[in-house]
Design a protein around this ligand. Sequence first.
Ligand code: AMP
Ligand code: MG
Length: 487
Amino acid sequence: MIPFDNTYARLPARFFDLSQPKRVFAPELVMLNEELAGELRIDPAWLRSAEGVAVLAGNEVPAGAEPLSQAYAGHQFGGWVPQLGDGRAILLGEVVDLKGQRRDIQLKGSGRTAFSRRGDGRATLGSTVREYLVSEAMTALGVPSTRALAVIATGENVPRPELHPGGIFTRVAASHIRVGTFQYLFGKQDKDGIRALADYAIGRHYPEVSTLEGPERYLEFFRRVCTAQATLIARWMHLGFIHGVMNTDNMTISGETIDYGPCAFMEAFHPDTVFSSIDRGGRYAWRNQPGIAQWNLARLGETLAPLVDDHMDTALKRMDETLAGFEETFGEAFINGFGIKLGLDEMNDSARGHLNATLRLMAENKVDFTLFFRHLTRLAGGELDDQGFATALGQPPGITAWTSSWHQTAGPVSKERLQLMRERNPIFIPRNHRVEQAIQAAEAGDYAPFRRFAKAWNSPYAEQSEHADLELPAKPHEAVCETFCGT
Ligand code: AMP
Ligand code: MG
């Protein structure tokens, strides 16, 4: 049983299409997130039963579900698409979790909907493995993210263009409202719809804002979304995470990371790094992410402007002033987060200079981003001396001078600061070649690597000697230089 309590289905009918999941041939439960099931007040034993698996596969619609696919639009790589929508996802409904938070339960890969365009509505098993691993790792790393409840192998093949085994992913999210959801209504000049959606999103994600009335209400809502996104993008960047497709339809109002397609964690550091095969211009490179987020938020601001002032010029000016706060919030979060990673006390001018020098050293020498901070934590904790630190990093030129500059800037690292370093410098991240390995194995019917990596990445800040091999970057022949939407 799933304790559904649906609200999106009560919104105006033009916000969605009532779609049913389509049956699959021979569903098999590949992975279940029992802890998350518990949080959602769903019995994991029931989810494992024939009835539960039928629900996760979309072969049966559970009691209380009101399946629908959401309408949204979006700017994809800067180009406007007035209608996208859930082309292969169905919202079964919502539950209120143990903490009182409302959560969406969505099936992804569950067949065609009114929004499928030319797509088949299906997902490869590989893409569901990727989303499971990366979204759960992000959560364990402390980054707001949609969650993974289950992966089903469908027993059917999907052409991409060569045949891949199919999968269905159960996604759990604070909501699936995107910048593109607002844009969809804006494109139709549906001011009443925008107001209804904004009020709904405020009630769900920023309830404190509900007490405000008039223009202030929507300005404050916009400000909160900008803050949530600014801190989110900073957290990504502290981990070397590159989302890969930061289109406006892949950016949530809740501030959760969503849609793990051609995403990747960078190994050798360079700010211009891009992985996605479809990102030819480097639009969504690591360093461009804050600028793109701000651009996307400007698009959100435009949709809310009609609620702020009848004169569009005045309204847009107020949205712009609000959006200007993004830069400051992001900048502070970015610098302070790196300060913590470096074990620095206060981000004064010399500390900022040291941060720049650090990023330069890493970029010039293609130092592994995660290992650099992991070994620096060991240096700060006395587990390594300067020589050991340099050796662990492979003796990059300039490391000796960098290390003495770090000692000078950081001084002796207090217990508290060391603790913070340990909480922000992961030992394990989903390295791309490992994700690839789990995908390949799963598509060949071997789920062992998927399960092992999920377990290791669930405790990314803890020493796990049995998983020491997962700490290491790809060897040259294993390196993944490009990621594909692989949907
Ligand atoms: P994405 O690139 O995953 O963010 O998806 C962009 C749009 O394409 C969304 O509207 C998706 O629902 C749609 N889409 C992606 N893959 C498929 C598919 N296999 N069948 C139908 N629609 C799809
Ligand atoms: Mg998407």
